[in-house]
Design a protein around this ligand. Structure first.
Ligand code: PMV
Length: 344
């Protein structure tokens, strides 16, 4: 009896497949969400990461082409990076015991390390494309938890909000209850966030790349040093999140603006804003925004400003004049709160 050499087992029924996933914005509650407080996140349907999976030449293994980064690598050369681990884990789940020859091409319009969920979107697009290639369907919940495992490798203590909003592609209200001693952490509370009226957001990119891990780690150190003060800041963010949820559900856009600005003030106190973010927030407000705040982990990356269709052009102009490298405009559509279909 010879041992089976898994490298010789090639799945024969693979088809070319593509998968995509949206960018995301955190409307309120970043950082506090890591400490069990609620946050609201929105998918940005129009800004996406895309992955394409094709059958590779025999015995080439899995090769990844990151077109936007001008990088190419073989997964087997470094199987322990978070993304390579995710690819291998996904293949192991879809076709256990096989080592297929695949070419995975990635293209993304989402700025990297900017608070728009680039890493989670690329990971989700790859999992979707792999599932399509193996002719299988994975639920949004399954994809979300696979990407979460990979995010943990990147960020240490992610709340899980990025992978959730990106895999489910719907506005979400998200709470990750804190761990209670040694007991297993309760599952996150994920509810659709209902949106009564469309509203316009301008997203200004400072152009400063800021990997999530650094500000998240700094906030943890500060929380450990000044636990009462930081818990109080997080509680104040939570109060805003509840009020923001009510405004969205009621279509009270003019009340929403000041609440977003108050969230920015709390993020400044938490210590995750930066001169560049503050300059863009101030410029948006001077140009007539109803409210503005940084979005994501901070210290760089993006901010968002709430506009009306009338004020949007002047705010976009002001953001560029104040140094924004890129400005995206997005209209958040009304959303009934009904869950989206749970498919790949
Ligand atoms: O990864 P980013 O920059 O989109 O932001 C993550 C949001 C944080 O609340 C700061 C961290 C987390 O895991 O929720």
């Amino acid at each position: 009896m010879h041992a089976v050499d898994t490298t010789t087992i090639r799945p024969t029924n693979l088809v070319d497949a593509i998968g995509s996933a949206p960018a995301k914005l955190i409307l309120c509650g970043e950082h506090a969400v890591v400490y069990g407080r609620p946050a609201i996140a929105l998918p940005l349907e129009g800004i996406r990461a895309r992955a394409r999976v094709r059958l590779g030449a025999p015995h080439t293994g899995i090769v990844v082409f990151a077109t936007s980064l001008r990088r190419r690598w073989r997964v087997a050369e470094d199987p322990n990076t978070p993304l390579n681990e995710l690819i291998l884990a996904t293949v192991a789940q879809l076709a256990p015991g096989t080592l297929p020859d695949l070419r995975i091409s990635i293209r993304s319009g989402i700025p990297i390390a900017s608070g728009m969920g680039s890493g989670a979107a690329v990971a989700t697009a790859i999992v979707r494309a792999l599932a399509g290639s193996f002719g299988q369907k994975l639920t949004a919940a399954t994809i979300s938890s696979m990407v979460y495992a990979s995010e943990q490798r990147f960020h240490g203590t992610p709340s899980g909000i990025d992978n959730t909003v990106i895999a489910f592609e719907q506005p979400i209200w998200y709470i990750r209850p804190p761990a209670d001693g040694d007991a297993a952490r309760p599952a996150p509370i994920i509810q659709p966030a209902s949106i009564a009226t469309p509203f316009t957001l301008l997203v200004g990119d400072t152009g400063v790349r800021s990997p999530t891990r650094a500000p998240v780690g700094e906030v943890r150190a500060r929380w450990q040093a000044s636990t009462t003060a930081y818990n109080c800041l997080f509680d104040n963010v939570a109060l805003l999140a509840y009020r923001i949820r009510d405004c969205l559900a009621a279509g009270a856009i003019y009340e929403l603006g000041p609440l977003l600005s108050q969230n920015h003030a709390l993020l400044q106190q938490i210590g995750v804003s930066s001169p560049e973010l503050d300059a863009l927030v101030a410029a948006a407000m001077r140009a007539g925004a109803l409210g503005a705040k940084l979005s994501g982990a901070g210290w760089g990356g993006v901010m968002l400003a709430l506009a009306t269709p009338e004020t949007a052009p002047q705010i976009a102009y002001a953001l560029k004049a104040a140094g924004a490298r890129r400005v995206f405009e997005t209209t958040v559509a009304p959303y009934s709160g009904a869950p989206a279909p749970d498919t790949v």
